[in-house]
Design a protein around this ligand. Structure first.
Ligand SMILES: CC(C)(COP(=O)(O)OP(=O)(O)OC[C@H]1O[C@@H](n2cnc3c(N)ncnc32)[C@H](O)[C@@H]1OP(=O)(O)O)[C@@H](O)C(=O)NCCC(=O)NCCS
Length: 151
């Protein structure tokens, strides 16, 4: 498996990979626009074809994981971990010392991925996600402090 940087020219591939994880994927134009912002970066995982993506935003010494998705037929094989590790390494090399993200309290796979990577709960946002069934889900805010000298 290969993890490679993705720029605005990869907006279609990013949108298609985002659809692996979400019913309402962000459109190519949204990815293209986001990736013109300073500090925003994306990675694509390739295993034969594109099988996953991650999008992050780094501001000064913090990086936020905006979204991550892996092909449902290829989950549980370390692709999400590889994307997250590569993104955090990239952010740390660019000067980040802390990472943040939000995740639904009902998202067991993502909670496992982030917990294994060292993220810890730092806050709770009530009724943060509209799940479309009348029952919004709370979000955990999770934080990871990079060990000094890890990059
Ligand atoms: C979350 C997601 C990206 C994980 O991708 P993945 O490629 O399956 O993750 P990995 O195979 O790298 O697994 C990472 C770790 O989480 C664990 N894990 C993954 N899915 C799990 C599940 N459903 N239940 C329990 N643990 C799980 C793995 O065992 C692994 O632990 P390890 O490092 O000790 O082996 C994927 O499930 C996905 O695309 N979900 C839909 C989109 C989504 O919810 N994104 C996150 C929004 S916050």
């Amino acid at each position: 498996m290969k993890v490679r940087p993705a720029g605005p020219e990869d907006a279609v591939a990013l949108s298609q990979a985002h659809a692996f994880g979400f019913d309402s994927p962000w459109r190519p134009a949204e990815f293209a626009a986001l990736l013109t912002n300073p500090g925003v970066f994306a990675l694509l995982a390739q295993l034969g074809c594109d099988c996953g993506m991650i999008l992050c935003r780094a501001v000064v010494d913090e990086v936020e994981v905006l979204t991550i998705a892996v092909d449902s037929g290829r989950r549980g094989k370390g692709i999400g971990r590889a994307l997250l590790t590569a993104a955090m390494n990239h952010a740390q090399a660019a000067g980040a010392v802390t990472a943040f993200l939000e995740v639904g309290v009902d998202n067991a796979a993502a909670l496992a991925l982030y917990g294994r990577a060292g993220f810890r709960r730092t806050g709770l946002r009530k009724n943060y996600y509209d799940r479309g069934d009348g029952e919004p889900a709370d979000a955990l805010v999770m934080r990871l402090d990079f060990p000094a000298g890890r990059a």
